[in-house]
Design a binder for this molecule. Structure first.
Ligand code: GMT
Length: 375
């Protein structure tokens, strides 16, 4: 198949899923065309089946807001016509689904039909999408898509709850490339971070409000009162500065390292003992799956789709959003005993295998064929 992929080319979960999916499809012999405003992170190598088309938005003094959606729609028309794409797969509804709809209408005037699959990732539904500013367009463009997928049952339910949707939504969970995300021998990292064999706790995110990153700091404060430990905060975003200040206020700065955005996150996960994700809302929790694939148990909130990933008492624990005490207690319980920690590590890894790329890729391929045949 010749597939066009539209996504945010950033470190965000939807961009990571789109890029990894595109790479895997290309490895499987499909021709994959990424159409976005920047070369996606993790797509910095040559592959015969991978193509990148940049959307450039020309500015004009009249525009306070350059019209990206129009530039994207025009680019989609151009790429579909000249590359003869069989299907467009857009990740994150806003504004990709409506740009694809517009492109589809324009292509019809050339007698070209291209089916569109929209994948809902999370905040495009739970936060931004249901805002009245965007809701009518999001509803319309989901209903106009030829295929719609969501990354968890919970996100599917939320979509039906908050929008007037007449389409079937197929759940295809996030996946993990186990050959990349696996335990790496990085003992020298461990010695540098935890010279006295302290436990290493990790959080990775984009430090947005929805991630409740300050909860991570409060949980860690309680853990390190009981267990010698270090905290690694990976990623960057608006709340990082508040987290740094909080560490100073709680006088724990010497045990916390802010590492910023990291390409090889699997190497840092490989030396970690526990991952913390206290999110307010999380449609799936790809970062937690990445941790589990590196044999790291997870303490998460029970928000959104997290119960579809984290198995209480096996891969880690889930607690109510904001319940810092319970999250700290469960962390201490896992970390206190070497044998118990080893058991949770095995549990996390075993569960991660259930989301192996090799299992999920054929589901996407079959769904594409179904949509192409039915449209
Ligand atoms: O909010 C983020 O972390 C980024 C966001 C995105 O759409 O880029 O991630 C969402 O999509 C991921 C991939 O499908 C999911 O694993 C995340 O759970 C989801 N984030 C939220 O729902 C907050």
């Amino acid at each position: 198949m010749k597939i066009g992929i539209v996504c945010y080319p950033t470190f965000g979960g939807s961009g990571v899923v789109a890029t990894e999916l595109g790479k895997a499809l290309a490895d499987n012999g499909h021709q994959v065309h990424f159409i976005t405003y920047r070369q996606p992170a993790r797509l910095d190598f040559f592959s015969a089946n991978l193509f990148y088309h940049e959307v450039s938005v020309s500015n004009y003094p009249l525009f306070d807001y350059p019209p990206y959606e129009l530039a994207l729609a025009s680019k989609l028309v151009d790429v579909v016509r000249f590359e003869k794409l069989d299907l467009l797969h857009v990740h994150y509804a806003i504004p990709h689904a409506s740009a694809a709809f517009m492109a589809k209408q324009i292509l019809a005037t050339y007698g070209i039909h291209v089916p569109v699959v929209t994948t809902l990732h999370g905040t495009d539904i739970t936060l931004v999408g249901k805002d009245p500013t965007y809701k009518p367009v999001v509803t319309f463009s989901i209903n106009q898509s030829d295929g719609v997928t969501a990354v968890s049952e919970n996100l599917k339910e939320d979509t039906y709850k908050h929008f007037d949707i007449c389409k079937d939504i197929k759940v295809i969970p996030n996946f993990i490339d186990m050959s990349r995300f696996s335990l790496k021998a990085k003992d020298h990292f461990k010695i540098a971070i935890a010279p006295n064999n302290e436990r290493i706790i990790i959080h990775t995110s984009n430090f947005r409000k929805v991630k409740r990153t300050q909860d991570v700091i409060h949980i860690f404060k309680k853990i390190q009162q009981e267990i010698p430990s270090k905290l690694l905060m990976v990623g960057d975003g608006p709340d990082r500065v508040y987290c740094e200040q909080l560490c100073r206020d709680l006088e724990i700065s010497e045990n916390v390292r802010f590492l910023g955005k990291q390409d090889a996150v699997e190497e840092i996960l490989s030396v970690s003992d526990l991952f913390i994700m206290p999110s307010e809302s999380e449609s799936f929790g790809l970062a937690a799956l990445e941790a589990m694939a590196c044999k790291v148990p997870v303490i998460t909130s029970n928000a959104g789709g997290l119960p579809e990933l984290n198995v209480n008492g096996v891969t880690g624990y889930m607690d109510n959003v904001g319940d810092i005490d319970a999250m700290a207690e469960h962390s201490i319980y896992i970390l206190k005993d070497d044998e118990r920690l080893a058991q949770f590590k095995e549990g996390a890894l075993k569960r991660a295998h259930e989301f192996d790329l090799g299992l999920i890729l054929p589901i996407y391929e079959e769904y594409y064929r179904e949509v192409i045949d039915g449209s």
